[in-house]
Design a protein around this ligand. Structure first.
Ligand SMILES: [Zn+2]
Length: 706
């Protein structure tokens, strides 16, 4: 017997050797696979952000996708798992800005080019670490096809989409109200803001003959109207009239307008309207053709239109205005007021709505097509209840702001006229004069929202429209990703995929939940409860970590990961090791064909039934059940019962019983290793490579048992 089995299983000694063996075989690449009997099976890996280390969430997605890929590979599919990394625009720039802050530097002291170059170096270093982290987790992806979101061919595809959308009238440049972060100095999409409940004051101010209630008296210098509900009897006489309102810096002329959006029972039923600094007011302004007057600048300070308050930050300005209104007798009363405000999802600062020219994507039609694809079962989402969530969100979608005022990203291929601000798409970078006024064109300084490029990932990575891979592997089969990016990413991929290729980008969406700590708390550095996959894998073995991540963890639910659980699966790995040793030791190369006795026929029949059951679970994405069943069988049936009952047979005098049992155990062992391989690839391949004789050289490409 192989002397390897005399010591306990040592994962660290074996894992890198085994990974090297697989990688050298070339079988991660579908073009090299032997014995392909089925069609393609493709997963495009959600590209990890190239701005940090591998964490437990990465370990979970790598494990799940690797399970799917290994299983299908063993069933004879031409499996492609295409890896990549994401430049992750705003996310990465925020990480890098924090790093700069720690070093006492600021991005605002760097030119765009300098900042871009620095972040590129940072990202390249991280990319390597990320790739190695995935190798350590056992990812059997095709590294020869690896992609980065800033690869020139990816950028070309992204540009072609932008051009086509512009030609089709689906993108436009517009002055619309946007979510502005005064810290990060960029606009953000609706998805990049969070809603937070805050306690503020509601101020009742005398506004000419009317009384308005507002939480933001400091924006009064940008007010252009007072709005009331058309059915509100109290104000009917004022509708259509101009009123003069006294302010601490002089009089304001305001138009009184009637709009359905005004609630009669909020405050006094009369609203001050500031189109430049409030999203709802902006909409009302559009409906009534009102001008907008900007009084707050990009840094969140009042500008010269606010007279003596110019230069004050919003909070300070509010205090000063309230004090002065009180002195003038214009503040009638103050109430406590609880309301929801939008904040930047990265820094938590209150979003300051601003009107700036931005590129937008018209979403209505794209969203309708995506909803149709889900309703017509062209795409299945697991867990199923997410389909409703998906459709509801798309039914209520607004146009998508895709311009970002940050350096780290794909530049928007457009030019703007210096004179008239007219915008033209210019992929080839050749246009110099404004087609409208003849003025000089300058480069649009903005970059794309990172999801505008990652949303095109499935077909861009496969070389749409002419690439061979695109012809062979698109539409892909499964998109496995975190449930919290269903809208950010999955929905956009579906919309882009349908728009550009006319086909869904994937047939099944598998969403996983969050990995939490043993007490079900979110993992965070500050709490010190982070489980680092690399450290844990060195301690207990990658396979133990993989089993702990998958077993009992159904799609869409958050899971609690404890070190104890991982340790438990290390014991399990050793159990299998010992089972193998027992069978090998007693077989002594004995696996000649003999007639099985009825008792062994029965054992095998039971094992075949289990195999069929597990195969059904694998086909239906119930990996959490499949691994549990293998675990239970291995430990509590095979080890505890069958091996114990086998001892008298193996050491007894009845030769036909002895040989029959040994053959049965050998058959079960080989198939068990196969069933376990997707979950515990390192251990099972290590054993496979140490078996005296196997028809299939590598477990990686062995046939799944029938
Ligand atoms: Zn921010």
């Amino acid at each position: 017997m192989n002397s390897k089995f005399t010591k306990p299983y040592n994962p660290t000694e074996n894992e890198s050797v085994i990974y090297e063996l697989w990688e050298q075989s070339g079988y991660f690449n579908p073009d090299n696979l032997p014995n392909v009997t089925e069609g393609p099976f493709t997963i495009i890996m959600p590209p990890p952000n190239a701005n940090g280390q591998i964490h437990a969430g990465h370990a979970l997605f790598v494990t799940l996708e690797d399970i799917m890929i290994r299983y299908k590979r063993m069933r004879g599919f031409k499996t492609l798992w295409l890896p990549g990394t994401d430049h992750a625009g705003f996310e990465t720039q925020v990480v890098y800005e924090k790093k700069l802050e720690k070093e006492g530097r600021s991005r605002f002291n760097l030119s765009r080019e300098e900042l871009y170059a620095e972040i590129m170096d940072f990202v390249q270093a991280n990319k390597k670490a990320t790739e190695n982290g995935m190798r350590q987790l056992g990812a059997s992806c095709d590294w020869s096809r690896e992609k980065f979101t800033l690869d020139p061919d990816i950028i070309q595809t992204v540009y072609a989409t932008f051009k086509q959308m512009s030609d089709d009238g689906l993108v436009y440049r517009g002055e619309r109200i946007t979510n502005w972060c005064t810290k990060h100095q960029t606009s953000l999409s609706d998805l990049e803001t969070l809603s937070e409940t805050r306690k503020d004051k509601l101020y009742y101010m005398q506004y000419g003959p009317l009384v308005v209630a507002t939480v933001r008296p400091e924006t009064m210098f940008g007010d252009v109207a007072v709005a009331v509900n058309p059915d509100d009897e109290r104000y009917r006489q004022y509708i259509g009239q101009d009123i003069l309102a006294q302010t601490p810096i002089g009089e304001l002329k305001l138009k009184v307008i009637a709009d359905e959006a005004v609630e009669k029972d909020f405050g006094t039923g009369a609203l001050k309207i500031t189109p430049a600094h409030d999203a709802n007011d902006f909409e009302i302004g559009l409906r009534h053709n009102l001008p907008s007057v900007e009084v707050i600048d990009r840094y969140g300070k009042l500008n010269e239109k606010a007279g003596k308050y110019a230069g004050l930050k919003i909070e300070a300005a509010r205090e000063a205005v309230v004090r002065d209104l009180t002195e003038l007798g214009l503040l009638l009363k103050t109430e406590d007021y609880e309301h929801d405000v939008s904040v930047c999802y990265k820094c938590g600062r209150v979003i300051e709505p601003r009107i700036i020219p931005q590129w937008f994507v018209k979403m209505k039609n794209l969203a309708e097509q995506a909803v149709k694809a889900v309703k017509n079962k062209k795409i299945q989402i697991i867990p199923n209840h997410q389909e409703k969530v998906f459709c509801h969100w798309l039914d209520n979608i607004r146009d998508w702001n895709i311009s970002r005022q940050i350096a780290w990203g794909i530049p928007i291929p457009a030019k703007l006229c210096e004179k008239c601000d007219y915008a033209v798409v210019d992929i080839e970078n050749q246009k110099t004069d404004c087609p409208k006024c003849g003025g000089r064109l300058i480069k649009d300084p903005d970059t794309f929202d990172t999801w505008f490029s990652s949303g095109q990932w499935p077909y861009a990575t496969l070389g749409y429209p002419t690439g061979e891979d695109y012809r062979n592997f698109y539409p892909t089969d499964v998109m496995e990703t975190a449930g919290d990016i269903l809208f950010f990413w999955v929905a956009r991929m579906v919309m882009f995929g349908l728009y550009r290729t006319g086909q869904v980008p994937f047939q099944t969406v598998y969403l996983h939940g969050l990995v939490r700590d043993a007490k079900n708390q979110k993992m965070s550095k500050s709490k010190g409860n982070v489980i680092d996959p690399a450290v844990i894998a060195r301690k207990y073995g990658t396979d133990a970590l993989r089993m702990a991540l998958v077993t009992g963890n159904a799609a869409g639910t958050d899971m609690a990961l404890s070190e104890d659980r991982i340790k438990g699966y290390k014991h399990f790995a050793n159990k299998i090791w010992n089972i193998t040793r027992f069978i090998l030791e007693n077989s002594q190369g004995q696996n000649s064909p003999v007639d099985l006795v009825p008792a062994d026929e029965k054992l095998l029949a039971e094992f075949r039934a289990l195999t069929a059951d597990i195969t059904t679970d694998m086909e239906n994405f119930r990996f959490h059940l499949a691994s549990e069943k293998i675990y239970q069988y291995t430990w509590h049936t095979l080890a505890d019962v069958i091996l114990e009952e086998s001892k008298p047979l193996i050491f007894g005098n009845n030769e036909s019983n002895r040989l029959s049992r040994l053959l049965t155990l050998n058959i079960i062992l080989l198939d068990l290793l196969k069933l376990l391989h997707p979950f515990m690839p390192f251990l099972t391949e290590t054993i496979w490579q140490s078996l005296p004789q196997t028809k299939e050289k590598m477990l990686l490409t062995a046939r799944w048992p029938e």
